[in-house]
Design a protein around this ligand. Structure first.
Ligand SMILES: [Fe+2]
Length: 172
């Protein structure tokens, strides 16, 4: 159940947010996501103003928030951040996940790229380590994303890697 996962994740994160605790929660998320009926039937809304959609599955007063996202194969999401650490675990389809960072000259570059399949996950730390873009391969990629904050209520940045332009906006 989602509520059970949230309670167990909170315990794993109680000692602090670092690569180790985020990976432990990622492994837990990968495990529980295979339980039948873990993902409730839910209505998805447009995300980033494009073809990606999402729904909040649970958000708690301390900010811990689990979302379900669907990333289209038609277009890549804009390069964006969430102003929060996160864990993204694919449950269906294949996701081309790109993680971005600013190099020594301040230019936004791809730090790494991964093809995520069901059961595989990525984690990222708080800003400035939370910049990414995603696209389904061959069809939509469905994934669970856990955030440390309710990212649907806080502004995020959208980056244009070509021009360096950054736009700040609330989720649509
Ligand atoms: Fe994102």
């Amino acid at each position: 159940m989602v509520s059970e996962f949230m309670a167990r994740a909170r315990l794993l994160l109680a000692e602090g947010i670092d690569d180790k605790s985020l990976n432990a929660v990622g492994r837990l998320l990968a495990e529980v996501s295979t339980e039948p009926d873990f993902i409730p039937q839910t209505e998805m809304r447009s995300l980033h103003g494009g073809d990606a959609t999402s729904a909040v599955l649970q958000t708690d007063p301390d900010g811990l928030t689990l979302m379900l996202g669907s990333f289209s194969a038609k277009e890549e999401t804009p390069v964006h951040n969430h102003n929060s650490w996160g864990i993204a675990c694919v449950v269906q389809g294949v996701d081309r996940y790109r993680h971005w960072h600013h190099d020594d000259e301040g230019r936004l570059k791809i730090l790494y790229e991964k093809e995520l399949r069901p059961g595989s996950f990525v984690t990222w730390l708080d800003p400035p380590h939370d910049i990414h873009s995603q696209q389904g391969i061959g069809g939509p990629a469905l994934e669970l994303v856990l955030f440390g904050k309710n990212t649907m209520t806080i502004p995020r940045n959208y980056y244009n890697p070509e021009t360096g332009e950054v736009r700040t906006a609330l989720p649509q």
